[in-house]
Ligand binder design. Sequence first.
Ligand code: NAD
Ligand code: DAU
Length: 333
Amino acid sequence: MKVLVTGGAGFIGSNFIRYLLSRHRSYRIINLDKLTYAGNLDNLKDVEKNPRYRFVRGDICDAGLVDKLAKSVDVIMNFAAETHVDRSIMESGSFIKTDVMGTHALLEAAKKHGIKKYIQVSTDEVYGSIRKGSFTEKSNLSPNSPYSSSKAGGDLLARSYFVTHKVPVIITRSSNNFGPYQYPEKVIPLFVTNAIENKRLPLYGDGKNVRDWLYVGDNCRALELVLRKGKAGEIYNIGGGNEITNLELTKMILEFAGKGPELIKKVKDRPGHDRRYSLDFSKIRRELGYRPSRDFKKLLCETVGWYIRNERWWRRLKDGDFRSYYRRQYKRN
Ligand code: NAD
Ligand code: DAU
């Protein structure tokens, strides 16, 4: 099987490529990635010489390039996206370009070349915020940020290519991932690395927003199940079953990093900040046999340990593009 993975130099994509290469000796992977600020070939150092892996630097919006690559593969898995909510609040054009127009270019190529499976890696954020209960795959889309709206646009296009053009599209919607190789703008790596540096942890609003944390390795297992056994035209929610408030999460991070609560700094809230995400992921459990890991605290502690041991990896990122982003971000506080 030959798989075109887009956005494979990012957090989830790089973890997935490593997982797929180790699990299936006959699979070959092409990784198409633009290497934006979030794309990092250091994430894939251990597989770069694998003869079953090839990296191509390029944009998913480049229809000619996408068409050329799609010709030679069986499956397309689209991880490529602009992904950070706070950045989408500052500037949303690149989100619409990549998350909507880029998805369109991939779907066109999938249609033209009779791709056997097209997997659109999406997010629980397309459903919006929920006070009580959990979203199922049948829930309405109600995205609240430019990021989640762009992702919802990509999802709707993908769905339409299944209905109209019979492209075998599958959409996955996962909750908040955590684990190694996550760019340090996202809350867990930002808070862990700030704690290591004895810097304050900027907690938005009252800290009572709830996220359902999913270990990236669990998401990779779920995505591999979808790749092998998922049904065309279906949507699969992928949750972790670990709903906690940001304040609880922050306290755990500080405990595992060996630091005290005096590092917490309450800052102005994110505009349009979704209060709670919650997924009903019984469908993927029932139909594909997915089970998330049980021990969230242990996995979070291991993740904190990974960032403590891999300072060289994140130091380079925090000293680069991240600095100017962070300065702009804190102008609003
Ligand atoms: P990330 O920001 O770490 O990586 C995104 C990758 O896409 C980078 O390597 C970047 O260079 C690449 N990219 C961006 N624009 C591109 C373009 N135009 N052409 C080619 N490559 C491009 O993202 P992530 O956290 O790994 O997320 C991967 C996917 O999973 C995204 O689609 C995201 O919406 C979705 N998702 C993420 C989470 C999460 O918690 N991180 C949860 C649910 C869904
Ligand atoms: O739910 C899935 C989504 O999770 C993905 O689709 C997105 O790509 C990913 O970025 C993530 O979105 P969130 O906005 O939930 O993640 P983030 O890490 O930015 O924030 C998590 C929570 O922490 C959120 O409630 C905001 C809060 N937060 C975040 C940052 C960066 C803070 O309190 N302080 C911060 O500095």
